[in-house]
Structures are given as structure tokens and as C-alpha cells.
Design a protein around this ligand. Structure first.
Ligand SMILES: [Zn+2]
Ligand SMILES: [Zn+2]
Length: 291
């Protein structure tokens, strides 16, 4: 079974444990490798979103930044801690980020500058927000929208996913069918969007995570069995992610998800294939994928 996770969150962002506590738990599990991927969410209007006001109440608003400078400052100290722990423990600790992709050219420019400063080892592509008419909607806003708006926002969600895939920025895509979280997108009519997205993933040579945090809502991770079968048919490489927001969540549901993945025709690649030298994970950047 896969003995690492590249999708984890820590205190100072929206996780509940410090970096060293995550590392100690990984060691306890017999893992030799751990990746940190706190949220990198930068948008000039992010603090106007409904989600932001919830985050302030919940105390995790630090994951949202209105400027790249703001986000970079948060990551600099976090990455310094990881470097220090790497020396201390000798474990392979990787510096990643879970990035919300926005299609605006200014976003891309700012993001590429941030990459030059922070030099992350790998990037996870995410879509927690749907931008529509100057408003950023998250999954809960979509849930509360009218059926017509929901339909439109969900189409937009899948379009954003494909744009992120085609950006050429990401090593793997997070929780493909995140809208399942609020009970949306499971109807058969969404198969066409899912299929189109899987085709885009295949064409771009991007990987996909099986995010076991979905298992707490049912018996399957993100993505669903339906999408897992599409990924298997397209021979898209997958890896397990726990999306751990605390040390106790590391490796959670890995066993049952491995079994389910096999039943859907997917093989979870061995870790060496996913972390060749532990420096640049997949070197996806610059491989020439058109925007
Ligand atoms: Zn996420
Ligand atoms: Zn996450």
C-alpha cells in the first residue's frame, strides 16, 4: 500500500497540527516521505466571498490571500520549517501547495513570480471556487443557489477544472468531483462533463489523486467510482491522498480506497514512480502544454 501522502495541511493555514507533529505521525506509520500542501488561494476579491466570512468565524481565514505578496509571506516561514525538519529527521519532506487556479492572465503572472520565490517541489491543482459575475462561489454557495444557477455553476466548475488541467502547472489534480461534498453533480447527466475532463487530463499527462477525505461522507473517495472507471479506461495514473488536516488523518481510508481503486480497474502507482528524486516531483512545468 502507498506509504506517503502529498496532500496535507498544517496549523497556520487550516490544519490542526504543526509540521513536526505531522512528521512524527508519518514516522510512526513507517512512512519515509511526506508532502505538505497548504492552500495557496490568491484572488483580489477573495475577502468579499461568503466563504471568507465563514473562515473568519472558524479561524482559518489565513488560507485566503488578496495578493500574492500576502500568500508568499505565509509560505516562506512554513517552508523554512519544513527545511529545518528535513535536516533534523532525515525524512524526505516535500514542499508542495494546493493551488486554486484562476484563469486571469494577471493571476498566472503573479503565480509564476511566486513559484520563482518559493520554489515548491510540486503543485496540486484545485477548484474550491467558481468565479461568476465578479463573485466567487464555493460549494456551499452552489448548494444554496437556485436549480438553474446550480446547473450553470456546475458546468462552470468542470470548465475550470479543465482549464487548470490544461494550464500545464499542476502535477496532479485534487478531489475532481468536490461538489459531491454538498450532494451535487452525481446525476448521470454530468457524465459528459466528467468524460471531457478525464480526456483533458489524459491529453495533458496530468495525474489525479484519489482523495480519501471523501470517504467520511460515504463509501467512496473523490472522485466517484464512475470517474475512477473513466480514469482506468484512459489509463490515467492515480495516487492516494488523505488531505489530512490533522496528524490522525494521515493514511486514513487508504486500505479501503486501494481496494475500491482495484475494483474500478485502477492501479495505484508505486511511490518511486511518483517521487523520482524528491526534488522536482513530476517536472510538469514547462513541458509545453498550451494554455
Ligand atoms: Zn481541497
Ligand atoms: Zn486539501
Amino acid at each position: 500500500m502507498q506509504k506517503f501522502s502529498l496532500h496535507t495541511h498544517t496549523l497556520g493555514f487550516d490544519g490542526r497540527n504543526r509540521e513536526e507533529e505531522m512528521v512524527a505521525q508519518a514516522e510512526f506509520l513507517g512512512w519515509k516521505r511526506l508532502g505538505f500542501s497548504n492552500h495557496f488561494i490568491v484572488h483580489p476579491r477573495i475577502k468579499d466571498s461568503v466563504m471568507f466570512s465563514y473562515a473568519v468565524k472558524g479561524g482559518y481565514d489565513k488560507i485566503y490571500s488578496a495578493s500574492f505578496e500576502e500568500a508568499i509571506a505565509k509560505f516562506e516561514s512554513h517552508y523554512q520549517k519544513i527545511d529545518a525538519l528535513k535536516k533534523e529527521t532525515g525524512m524526505q519532506l516535500l514542499k508542495g501547495m494546493e493551488v486554486d487556479y484562476f484563469a486571469a492572465p494577471e493571476w498566472r503572472k503573479g503565480f509564476e513570480k511566486a513559484l520563482k520565490i518559493l520554489k515548491p517541489d510540486y503543485l496540486i491543482g484545485s477548484a474550491h471556487f467558481i468565479e461568476y459575475r465578479d463573485t466567487l462561489h464555493n460549494s456551499h454557495d452552489v448548494k444554496n443557489a437556485s436549480p438553474i444557477e446550480q446547473n450553470m455553476l456546475l458546468h462552470r466548475y468542470w470548465r475550470n477544472e479543465r482549464a487548470a488541467v490544461q494550464s500545464g502547472l499542476f502535477d496532479f489534480m485534487a478531489h475532481l468531483d468536490l461538489m459531491k461534498k454538498v450532494g451535487l453533480g452525481q446525476d448521470e447527466k454530468w457524465q459528459e462533463e466528467e468524460q471531457k475532463t478525464v480526456a483533458a487530463i489524459k491529453n495533458a499527462g496530468v495525474r489525479v489523486e484519489l482523495n480519501t477525505s471523501g470517504c467520511k461522507f460515504g463509501d467512496e473517495p473523490y472522485p466517484s467510482r464512475r470517474i475512477m472507471q473513466m480514469l482506468a479506461a484512459a489509463k490515467v495514473p492515480v495516487l492516494l491522498s488523505d488531505d489530512a488536516h490533522s496528524a490522525s488523518q494521515l493514511g486514513k481510508y487508504f486500505e479501503q480506497t486501494t481496494e475500491l481503486a482495484h475494483a474500478c480497474g485502477l492501479n495505484i502507482a508505486d511511490d518511486l514512480r511518483f517521487v523520482p528524486q524528491g526534488v522536482k516531483l513530476f517536472a510538469s512545468k514547462g513541458k509545453g502544454i498550451a494554455d
